[in-house]
Design a protein around this ligand. Structure first.
Ligand SMILES: Nc1ncnc2c1ncn2[C@@H]1O[C@H](COP(=O)(O)OP(=O)(O)OP(=O)(O)O)[C@@H](O)[C@H]1O
Length: 255
């Protein structure tokens, strides 16, 4: 069995008057350390699927397995979630924000400072531990959010459009940082994005969903010659434009 396994996931939202089928029969297997992106038309259920994988609510039908074990309160902490908004607490210092998850998990207080310093160093912000979020740029705050996500040592990172609120230069820099950091820590990751280029640049596989209801339409393997490069270098690779065209055409065909 693969590290993260989605098995026949169906999901509907129910209101008092009707049911809306959002996801139909999603099965996917993701191996340990793999970086996979989810793309697809707006409303095809990408965030819903990510929320189910995070254990925020159960699928109407189907199962999620992590390392062969059904997702439950016991193994839910193996998953970290990073969102478009950084959701840093404005009244806490950066160091306190990075270690908030450890505090919630009641991990020994002694190691918090060391963990925060090491992670802030890793994300290129070694000197901001005593600052407050308002003193940092949007890109810096997302770096802090990445450090906070990594602090609780999740095995799987779910990244829901984490760069979409950033300026282009910060976004490119952060893409490189995230890929490099996740490779260093050998994390498994799923990125939800509307940016085909970002999906190609960061992933080993790109999963294209169709909508109404959301289903897996096609899975694109990114050639190793590209996926071994940094996202910035992938964008300069001669094969990049062709892969982009192929995925774009397929996305367009979905209407
Ligand atoms: N809590 C909810 N109750 C009812 N319907 C919902 C709820 N959350 C999402 N939906 C509906 O489910 C569908 C899928 O939403 P979801 O946010 O998962 O899609 P998405 O692919 O992430 O969209 P986008 O790309 O625009 O962010 C949409 O039609 C949305 O309106």
């Amino acid at each position: 069995m693969e590290f993260l396994q989605l098995e026949n996931i169906h999901h509907s939202y129910f209101s008092s008057t009707q049911a809306k089928e959002v996801l139909r029969d999603i099965s996917l297997a993701i191996h340990e350390g793999e970086f996979v992106s989810f793309i697809g038309p707006s409303g095809c259920g990408k965030t819903t699927l990510l929320s189910i994988i995070a254990g925020l609510f159960p699928a109407t039908e189907g199962n999620v397995y992590i390392d062969g074990e059904k997702l439950s309160a016991n193994n839910q902490s193996s998953i970290g979630y990073m969102l478009q908004q950084d959701y840093l607490f404005p009244w806490k210092t950066i160091e306190e924000n990075v270690t908030i998850g450890l505090k919630i998990m009641e991990k020994s207080h002694k190691t918090h400072k060391v963990t925060a310093n090491a992670l802030l160093q890793e994300v290129g912000l070694p000197h901001v531990g005593n600052n407050y979020p308002r003193e940092l740029s949007g890109g810096m705050r997302q770096r802090v959010a990445l450090a906070r996500t990594l602090a609780v040592n999740p095995k799987i990172l779910l990244l829901d459009e984490p760069f979409s609120a950033l300026d282009y230069q910060s976004k490119l820099k952060l893409e490189d940082l995230v890929v490099e950091t996740l490779k260093t820590y050998k994390k498994t990751a799923i990125l939800v994005t509307h940016d085909i280029g970002e999906a190609i640049a960061m992933s080993e596989r790109v999963v294209l969903f169709s909508a109404n209801p959301g289903t897996v339409h096609k899975v694109f393997e990114i050639p190793k010659a590209l996926s071994e490069l940094s996202p910035f270098d992938v964008r300069q690779h001669p094969a990049y434009a062709d892969i982009f065209q192929t995925i774009w055409k397929e996305l367009e065909s979905l209407g």
